[in-house]
Design a protein around this ligand. Structure first.
Ligand code: GTP
Ligand code: SPV
Ligand code: MN
Length: 582
């Protein structure tokens, strides 16, 4: 036995002594193993089989009704010094946090199977990829990790070769929200999660490892772990530009990653290739450009709002080999959610007869889990061990007022400020109030494993001599008019905005200079085939100087909240813009 394997074994056995499982199962990721787990979950009711004719090999999982989203108030970063976690995180000292978690874990797996899940985030052969092992007592978590990560024997072989891995311990416990914590120990490369079986709380490879722990590692190793989609845009000339975009949870990453070009664009030969829809790891290559990989291998996407009209690529993957969580079902047992043009729900997400009085049929944060390879816009470049070079980075939020459709940052420092200053209306992806505007720097507020002040400095540090950094933009698909309706059609039509960005990258499109950045003139956007009144487009591209003066002033206060950690360059940039707006 290699010494690495011995270290893994020792940890697994120490966890078993604490949690007292009935048996231990080492996951190899094989089809046989998945079939056995599926049968087990059908027997226990963890899985409900969906219509085999319309949705072969598709299953529905219903969470406990109080366990349907991430829980930011119960998520902690446990560094030795509180300042290293920063005001952006909830903090608990490691000694106290371990004691609290280990007390919850004591005997928690009695009568259950403990699954040992080795996984790799990123293509197995990629130097940018990193491995972890999740120990869990939830077969639903295993089934999801199998789709979302490269799970099983190959990952274990890499761990044995490399000797390092992130340790993640997860138990659903009794799903009691009062006994639920998601703890991160970045200095120990360890995660401890208890009391939730849901998405980002339980699939530890995703937000816990690939964002919170990875962002911490990336800081000292010179790379970035970001809450971003990665998409390839192929122009009629046959050139593919890769773009990464950070939008907060449930703000359009999956949709932009799978965009279907408007009719006229398709005829002209535009194509869109999906690399990733949630997480992006990137680092400078030898040529000075930023290279990005998607550490995941599947999509855990928001179901409501997904339809053939909005996201036909997602719909095409959802009729086989998919797991659905907290959606409704029709009389003939097909999955259903709000936004579908067909079907009638008979059972809601809790399995009750559907009654409008109970609210939506599908939970607003109901999700599908599918393999990235099932996506019609899948590209083998997703497996490129070196990643794809980025031409542009896009930040964006859900803002019903003030924020224009698109603007371009003047340079990297201004772009970092634009990312740091991001704000967005909260969504159902996390428990708590929905629709409240909050600052969500780089869409990483819930996910950065260290002090945002240090994080902003780390972002600024990429601006080195010889660096060929992507241009930075900000978008807002969610402006609303007086009638309460979205002003911009969104979805496929967002390619019109991406086209302007790529032309800016090439230096072939016009713009107006304003204190907040460069905006397209109405004529610089291709609106062929779009029925958008000229006055509405003007409004979408308008900079409200008074409103922005207030916004920038608030951003100054926000940066000041990071005290000594706030980078002086960023504060100077903020002051320059405030002065220009005054
Ligand atoms: P997470 O998986 O939580 O990180 O979310 P995400 O950022 O991938 O969001 P997603 O693409 O799933 O979109 C969330 C919701 O926003 C869905 O209901 C979409 O239909 C809606 N949405 C996405 N893009 C647009 C857009 O361009 N315009 C409008 N109006 N809505 C959009
Ligand atoms: C998000 O909330 O940003 C998600 C879903 O992508 S979860 O896996 O729960 O984090
Ligand atoms: Mn997300």
């Amino acid at each position: 036995m290699s010494s690495q394997l011995a270290a893994l074994n020792d940890w697994v056995h120490a966890v078993a002594r604490l949690t007292q499982p009935e048996q231990i199962h080492w996951c190899d990721g094989s089809d046989e193993e998945n079939t056995e787990l599926t049968e087990l979950m059908l027997a226990t009711g963890d899985f409900v089989k969906l219509n085999e004719k319309t949705h072969p090999n598709c299953y529905l999982h219903r969470s406990s009704p109080s366990d349907v989203a991430r829980v930011e108030h119960l998520t902690f970063v446990c560094t030795n010094r509180e300042v290293d976690a920063g005001p952006n995180n909830h903090w608990m000292g490691p000694t106290e946090a371990h004691a609290k978690m280990d007390a919850l874990y004591a005997g928690c797996m009695r009568g259950r199977t403990m699954y040992v899940v080795p996984y790799c985030m990123g293509p197995i052969e990629s130097p940018l990829a990193r491995c972890g092992v999740e120990i869990t007592d939830s077969p639903y978590v295993v089934a999801n990790m199998r789709i979302m990560t490269r799970m099983g024997a190959a990952a274990q072989a890499r761990i044995e070769r490399e000797g390092s891995f992130i340790k993640g311990l997860h138990s659903i416990g009794d799903l009691n929200p009062d006994r639920r914590f998601i703890m991160h120990f970045p200095e120990e490369l360890t995660i401890k999660s208890f009391g939730s079986g849901y998405g980002g709380n339980a699939l530890l490879g995703k937000k816990c490892h690939a964002l919170r722990i990875a962002s911490y590692q990336a800081r000292s190793e010179g790379w970035l772990a970001e809450h971003m989609l990665i998409v390839g845009i192929e122009t009629p000339k046959g050139e593919t530009h890769y773009v990464a975009a950070a939008f907060p949870s449930a703000c359009g990453k999956t949709n932009l990653a799978m965009l279907i070009p408007p009719e006229g664009y398709r005829q002209d030969g535009w194509k869109v290739w999906t690399i990733g829809d949630d997480i992006c790891w990137m680092r400078p290559g030898a040529d000075g450009r930023l290279y990005a990989i998607n550490p995941e291998s599947g999509f855990f996407g928001v179901a409501p709002g997904t339809s053939t009209k909005t996201n036909a690529n997602a719909m095409a993957m959802l009729n086989k080999d998919a797991i659905f969580t907290n959606v409704a079902v029709t009389a003939d047992n097909q999955p259903w959610w709000e936004g579908l043009s067909e079907g009638v729900p008979v059972l809601d997400w809790q399995g009750r007869p559907y009654d409008k009085a109970h609210g939506p049929a599908a939970h607003p944060n109901s999700r599908f889990t599918v393999s990235a390879k099932s996506c019609p816009s899948y590209t083998p470049r997703s497996e490129d061990p070196q990643g794809v070079p980025l031409s542009a980075i896009v930040f964006g939020g859900r803002r019903e007022s003030l924020v224009p459709l698109v603007f371009e940052a003047r340079d990297w420092t201004h772009g970092v400020l634009v990312g740091a200053a991001m704000a967005s209306e909260t969504t159902a992806a996390a428990t708590g109030a929905v629709g409240v505007v909050r600052r969500d720097s780089m869409a990483m507020k819930p996910f950065c494993g260290y002090n945002f002040g240090d994080y902003f400095k780390h972002w600024l540090s990429f601006d080195q001599p010889g660096a060929k950094l992507p241009k930075i933009f900000h978008v807002n698909w969610f402006r609303k008019g007086g009638d309460g309706k979205f002003m911009w059609p969104g979805f496929g039509d967002n390619l019109r905005v991406l086209e302007w960005m790529l032309k800016r990258v090439e230096g072939s499109a016009g713009a107006v200079e304003t204190p907040i950045g460069h905006l397209p003139n109405a004529a610089d956007l291709n609106t062929n085939g779009l029925s958008l009144p000229e006055s509405q487009l003007q409004q979408l591209l308008h900079v409200d100087r008074d409103g922005w003066y207030e916004e920038l002033t608030a951003i100054g206060d926000y940066l000041a909240g990071y005290g000594d950690q706030a980078p002086p360059n960023l504060e100077a940039e903020q002051r320059r813009i405030v002065a220009a707006l005054a």
